[in-house]
Write a protein that binds this ligand. Structure first.
Ligand code: FO1
Length: 316
């Protein structure tokens, strides 16, 4: 079994490539839930849904989140009552949130609800929330502490990020399925998601980092920073204002103690030696995932690289 750790759109694309490159059911994706929040009385889980829609082949191809071709009648009707719809939810997306919220209120854990929804959409592998407990990313900015989606969507990531807090993380318990998957994995892939607010909460969930340190599987991370820029989202500004180098080397420094391999883009080839001095071996390739063929090709290369690291481990 192959395990991917993923946040939003970048993580979903990597998981999609892995799903395409692997036999049906061989992929387990562990997903960040610290972006989750309540809106209109509904539980919204953006990263879980982005991964789920992408793996089901129904994600909006332009935004990467939401359902392709979705209408916005519900949101338009909400706006008629004078509300300002700042978080764009499509009608089909609403169906996911309505059913999820109903099941959660009836006492079903998020992991079980996610499994039901994903199975209904025909996804062959498993999608596991990092925890069934509530964790919320809070962003410290010069204007004060913001809830994650207020920072990310309402204020368009325009605030400097001075600090990041995962409220509730110390009391959260990693899903047993997550820890078992990490233990039994053949390879673990850290997707090119934001290392601070997407992968960060997964690694901070009690029990997960220790499970990763114990697993015999090679762990390979794909850098979300290419040529000093994030392909999507605020990772670059966030790394900079938090005092990290905005480069694949900066990402490697964050992951060096955990991973056996780093996959970096050909544009960052000159960082190879410096990253390898930190410990991980490096694979240089084209990491920008334009279309589905790119996703599958990158996934196959990442898996082959991980396989070579496993052989290297056995030899020493
Ligand atoms: N991102 C935006 O930038 N604007 C939106 O209006 C928006 C709506 C949205 C609806 C459902 C969903 O699952 C995701 C949505 N996202 C939106 C993306 C989301 O905020 C981010 O992808 C993650 O939280 C960061 O990984």
């Amino acid at each position: 079994m192959i395990v991917a750790l993923a946040g939003g759109v970048g993580g979903a694309k990597m998981a999609h490539g892995l799903q395409a490159a692997l036999p049906p059911g061989a992929l387990t994706t562990i997903v960040n839930t610290a972006d989750d929040f309540d809106l209109y009385g509904l539980r919204i889980c953006p990263d879980l849904d982005t991964v789920m829609y992408t793996l089901a082949g129904i994600a909006d191809p332009v935004n990467g989140w939401g359902v392709a071709g979705d209408s916005r009648n519900t949101l338009d009707a909400i706006a008629r009552y004078g509300e300002h719809p700042w978080f764009l939810l499509g009608d089909q997306d609403f169906a996911t949130h309505i059913l999820r919220t109903e099941r959660l209120r009836a006492g079903t854990p998020l992991s079980a609800v996610t499994a039901e929804l994903a199975a209904s959409l025909g996804i062959p592998g498993r999608i596991l929330p990092m925890t069934d407990d509530r964790v919320a990313t809070l962003i410290d900015t010069p204007s004060g502490r913001l809830e994650f989606q207020e920072y990310f969507v309402a204020r368009r990531q325009s605030d400097d990020v001075l600090g990041v807090v995962f409220a509730g993380i110390d009391e959260a318990t990693a899903n047993a399925g997550v820890l078992d998957a990490i233990r039994d994995a053949k390879t673990i892939v850290v997707a090119p998601s934001n290392p601070i607010v997407s992968v960060g909460p997964i690694l901070a969930t009690p029990g997960i980092r220790a499970a990763l340190e114990r697993t015999e599987a090679p762990i390979v991370a794909v850098s979300p920073i290419v040529g000093g820029r994030a392909l999507k989202g605020p990772a670059a500004q966030m790394l900079a204002t938090l005092g990290h180098e905005v480069s694949a080397l900066g990402v490697a420094r964050l992951y060096a103690s955990l991973v056996d391999g780093m996959v970096i883009d050909a544009a960052d080839r000159e960082l190879t030696a410096e990253i390898e001095r930190l410990g991980p071996r490096v694979l240089v390739t084209e990491t920008v995932m334009g279309d589905e063929a790119d996703r599958r090709r990158l996934a196959a290369e990442v898996l082959e690289f991980a396989g070579s690291l496993a052989l290297h481990r056995m030899a020493v």
